[in-house]
Ligand binder design. Structure first.
Ligand SMILES: *Cc1c(COP(=O)(O)O)cnc(C)c1O
Length: 355
């Protein structure tokens, strides 16, 4: 990889922190950002000197390709602080790998590993006070890359900007959700880029989700684009079904995002002797399981909410309720994962990385 040895990051600090103005007890997710941001431009075939600068607006040419062709990818990760004030990341190597996998699919240049980790750690240390300790508090980290080249010509750009911004977050519990199983719309297709964390995948979800909300559902369970017979993801999360004491989840593919929470839950379940069946999951078998009472739980899995329980699903005009479980797998896994993330439990897999 070119530029494998990091150039020194140029740091411009804010003159006064705005942290004093923030009400950490009433945070709206993703609205407030820390004092600094990481920026690195790609020009003339090379990533330039990385910078950390005060958080603030960008100046881009209106013809920058990101605005016209959606050439943009991102990541979502978190920093967690234990009671002693140590800050940790959770499997950040996976986010690094994935943003470059997403970038490759959108014909964007690979970002160097040393820049990513130097930039991330330096930024987190600089804005360390923004990560609050306490179970559920975290710093949401959003690395992203956009095509900045001015020109509305419809091909991949040759200028890009890589950035990292950070937003303090609290654990939130929005209640168990009702979901609608997609019968017409799709999130992704075979041969497409559903496996990439690409901005456009999200844009395409908003309209069908809006229609579902009008019918009283909070999210959609996406099914395969060809037949709509198989369950794939829940909203922007991977999805698990508990039938009796077995967990079912779809295998990853070019339509399904390879979630870090998903793969961590599978590893935890296997270690704890809980049977996980990774295989295509038919809508019909879940409907049948809901009818005969063997469907015990459905939950989404992703970095933002960790585990998000689903209380009912709608399909072909019918609604299927799932009875609330005592000692649910959802709450068990949520706690097990958070205990590792917050340095409250052993980390047998070596997932925690100290900042
Ligand atoms: C980000 C994302 C997930 C969850 O991935 P994590 O790595 O667990 O946060 C699942 N599905 C989609 C479509 C996503 O964009």
């Amino acid at each position: 990889m070119r530029n494998a040895v990091p150039r020194t990051i140029e740091i411009t600090k804010v003159s006064t922190s705005k942290i004093g103005e923030v009400d950490f007890k009433n945070l709206n997710f993703g609205k407030i950002f820390t004092d600094h941001m990481f920026v690195c431009d790609y020009v003339n075939g090379e990533w330039q000197t990385p910078k950390i600068v005060p958080y603030g607006p960008l100046t881009l040419d209106p013809s920058a390709r990101v605005f016209h062709y959606g050439q943009a990818v991102f990541e979502g990760m978190k920093a967690y602080k234990d009671d002693q004030g140590n800050t940790f990341l959770f499997r950040p190597d996976e986010n690094f790998r994935r943003i470059n996998k997403s970038a490759e699919r959108l014909a964007m240049p690979e970002f160097p590993e040393s820049y990513f980790f130097e930039g991330l750690h330096t930024l987190l240390k600089l804005d360390d006070e923004w990560t609050k300790s306490g179970f559920g508090n975290s710093l949401y980290i959003r690395p992203f890359v956009i095509a900045t080249q001015p020109s509305v010509s419809a091909s991949e750009a040759d200028e890009y900007r890589f950035m990292i911004i950070c937003s303090p977050a609290q654990s939130y519990y929005s209640g168990d959700v009702n979901v609608l199983v997609a019968e017409k719309f799709s999130r992704s297709a075979s041969g497409g880029f559903g496996y990439a964390k690409a901005a456009g995948n999200y844009a395409g979800q908003f309209y069908p989700t809006k229609l579902a909300k009008e019918k009283g559902y909070q999210q959609i369970i996406w099914t395969d684009a060809e037949t709509h017979e198989y369950m794939e993801e829940a909203g922007t999360m991977n999805v698990f079904f508990r039938v009796n004491d077995t967990l079912l989840t779809a295998p990853t593919s070019d339509r399904i995002l390879d979630g870090i929470t998903r793969k961590s839950l599978i590893a935890l379940a296997e270690k704890q002797g809980i049977n996980v069946d990774v295989r295509p999951v038919k809508v019909d078998e879940i409907v049948e399981a809901a009818k005969n009472g063997s469907l015990k739980e459905i939950f989404g899995a992703g970095t933002a909410a960790v585990v998000s329980p689903i209380k009912s699903f709608g399909y072909k005009g019918k609604n299927y309720e799932i009875e609330k479980q005592e000692n649910s797998y959802a709450s068990h896994f949520k706690n097990a994962l958070m205990n590792i993330q917050y340095n409250k439990a052993e980390d047998p897999f070596g997932w925690r990385v100290k900042v």
